[in-house]
Write a protein of this length. Structure first.
Length: 224
């Protein structure tokens, strides 16, 4: 039994998972956008009558501490996920998203693995594939994992909010090649032994379940 992960069951009504949150040929590769650095400024302490100020000649200059070095991690993470799986959502929010921010040098490849127990997983995956066709996969991925509402109405609203061209989107959603792309991702996962989501591979080593970013960093160090 998979722990901390979504797994298919014979009868969808028996699914024990409750939502806790309310290519080789073509690859969804995340890129982190740089964020401007900010620094807090403090006002200098004003001298008082009881406390004479030190002059440059009498006060030795305090050496500045060296800037903290950000550890560089190398590797590739191939993630098989289902947009409707609550554990995938947690993995995205607590693991993948902060990893993308902290370590943009790590390559993260997303693979679609919609489970049959999740009625909205396949439609959401189609929207992600079609968003990728318009150069907006990362934005769509983030939006899909940020909500538990993957109804047809909300998927359409998300696409509109991201500025996807409607005619092109409509054509893409009905194109058999779109679902074929998803099927190919799932077939790859099955060939690698993927049974539930999230399942991910760090430089070829398989892991299952949701991991926080600190654990992902540790695994990247161990699987160089």
């Amino acid at each position: 039994m998979l722990l901390n992960a979504c797994a298919p069951v014979k009868n969808p009504s028996e699914d024990p998972i409750q939502d806790q949150f309310s290519n080789e040929n073509s690859q969804n590769i995340f890129t982190a956008e740089p964020t401007p650095e900010t620094s807090a400024k403090t006002m200098p302490e004003m001298p008082t009558a009881e406390t004479p100020t030190e002059t440059a000649s009498s006060a030795p200059e305090t050496p500045k501490a060296p800037a903290e070095k950000i550890e560089k991690l190398e590797g590739t993470i191939e993630v098989f996920a289902d947009f409707e799986c609550p554990y995938c959502r947690r993995f995205e929010q607590e693991g993948i998203l902060p990893l993308r921010t902290r370590h943009p040098e790590v390559q993260i490849i997303f693979r679609h693995f919609p489970l049959s127990i999740h009625a909205n997983a396949l439609p959401a995956a189609k929207y992600a594939v079609c968003a990728e066709a318009q150069g907006k996969f990362t934005a769509m991925n983030d939006a899909l994992f940020a909500t538990a509402d993957l109804s047809a109405k909300n998927l359409s609203a998300i696409a509109k909010s991201l500025g996807l061209e409607n005619a092109e989107l409509t054509k893409c959603l009905s194109d058999p090649q779109t679902e074929s792309r998803i099927t190919a991702d799932k077939a790859r996962g099955q060939s690698l032994g993927v049974e539930g989501t999230p399942t991910f591979f760090i430089n070829g080593t398989k892991y299952e379940g949701s991991y926080p970013v600190e654990n992902l960093e540790k695994l990247l160090r161990e699987n160089k």
